[in-house]
Write a protein that binds this ligand. Structure first.
Ligand code: CA
Length: 236
């Protein structure tokens, strides 16, 4: 996948041997990897980095992986695949009831886990494609949400994962004013709803990459004190 935005996986696992094994395989499969060793660190990374998928061990040194699922699900539908040595139905059902998407019991083969990851990523892309038509155009910009590719004037534009999430939110609601709170909550999670400066920084980057004249934006309009709006030309 040349310039498409890489899929980010958050691995929450305290066993260094398993982490090492997964790291090598996932990087070879072109995934971007974020690692956390404890439940607390995992929850911080889940909120701060907004991964596209979470691989979660249930037995963590500072708490139960089930608590991580409960907390993440308060604000996010990110796919969660549970990795656990506990091969009992009670934990499996508890994890799935709390909103985990899938479950792989240790020891697992990398082939099996890879297939589960691909299936989860595919489901997410399909959902995005069903809920929204997956392509959006304004000016010479084309945003393909399912393929995670952005082009301007036919050329691929590289966006960071946060820039892509912010752009996705705007293109899904063309013409509508999205409040700072709504955008922050969607892109960074609930704990960041008072960090309006994040939005100014990221919006400036998006304008620099996608506007013809970033100083006089035609598409990414600031609604002072309120939020932002994508003017795609159809709404005026
Ligand atoms: Ca463990």
């Amino acid at each position: 996948m040349p310039d498409s935005v890489p899929i980010e996986i958050l691995l929450i696992e305290d066993d260094s041997q398993i982490r090492r094994f997964l790291r090598a395989s996932l990087l070879a499969d072109q995934y971007k990897l974020i690692e956390a060793f404890t439940a607390a660190e995992g929850m911080i990374q889940a909120t701060a980095r907004l991964p596209d998928l979470i691989l979660l061990d249930l037995g963590l040194p500072d708490g139960d992986g089930l608590d991580v699922i409960r907390q993440v699900r308060q604000s996010s539908r990110v796919p969660i695949i549970v990795l656990s040595a506990r091969d009992n139905d009670k934990d499996k059902i508890a994890a799935l009831d709390l909103g985990a998407d899938d479950y792989v019991a240790k020891p697992f083969s990398m082939g099996e886990l890879s297939a589960r990851i691909r299936a989860a990523v595919r489901r997410t892309a399909q959902l995005a494609a069903e809920n929204n038509s997956s392509e959006y155009c304004f000016g010479t910009v084309i945003v393909d949400l399912a393929k995670r590719i952005v082009k301007k004037g036919g050329e691929e534009v590289h966006l960071t994962p946060h820039e892509f999430k912010l752009l996705s939110m705007l293109v899904r609601h063309p013409g509508r004013v999205l409040t700072q709170r709504e955008l922050l909550k969607e892109v960074w999670g609930t704990n960041h709803s008072d960090q309006a400066h994040y939005l100014r920084v990221y919006m400036a980057q998006i304008r620099r990459k996608l506007e013809t004249d970033p100083a006089q934006p035609k598409f990414f309009i600031t609604e002072p004190g309120v939020g932002y709006r994508l003017d795609d030309g159809d709404s005026t």
